[in-house]
Each structure stands twice: as C-alpha cells, then as structure tokens.
Design a protein. Structure first.
Length: 104
C-alpha cells in the first residue's frame, strides 16, 4: 500500500482536494485514459480512493497515507541535504521526526 501511495502520489494529492472524474485526471496529468484508470482502480482496491456521485475522492485512509508519504519525502530531502552533518550526530537511533521541519 505504501509503494502504491508513493507511486501514485500525484493522484492522491489531486483527489484529496476534492472529487474528480477520470477525464479530469486525464486532463490534469496528460496521462492516457488507460493509465489513469489503472491508477485509480489500484488506489480504490487498496481503499485509498472511493467513487462517489461527483467522481473519485481520497478516503480518510488515503489522506492519512498521503500525509505520511509527504512527511517521508520531506525527511528524505533533509537527510540528503544534511548527510555530511549527520556523521557528527551520535550513532544512537533517532526517530525520523527528529528531522521534520529541519532547515539545513
């Protein structure tokens, strides 16, 4: 599920803002209809989006997982930027949130 959320993050972001139809997603991302259908079906199968009267929309679980993915990406960017500085820190394990909102 996490791999899917990472690979289809752009769809989750769009659908977390509100419902959208398949054709809206095709236009927004300039992907083929079959690519969009596959992505949305996979997200729906994992319970990350659901179909409603106005189109597909991210579920509560989808929004939570999107927040988790966004946090992981932010931490990875900080770690990548600060990699040399990290050697100066003690080797004891750190919670990844130690790096949240860090500026380097």
């Amino acid at each position: 599920m996490l791999d899917l959320a990472f690979s289809r993050r752009q769809y989750l972001v769009h659908l977390a803002d509100g419902p959208a139809r398949i054709r809206d997603l095709v236009d927004a991302f300039e992907h083929s209809r079959s690519t969009v259908n596959r992505a949305v079906r996979a997200l729906e199968a994992d319970g990350l989006v659901e179909r409603g009267a106005d189109g597909y929309e991210a579920t509560y679980a989808g929004r939570i997982l999107l927040d988790t993915v966004d946090e992981a990406v932010a931490v990875a960017e900080v770690v990548g930027t600060a990699n040399g500085v990290l050697y100066e820190l003690p080797s004891s394990p750190r919670n990844h949130r130690f790096f949240a909102d860090a500026e380097v």
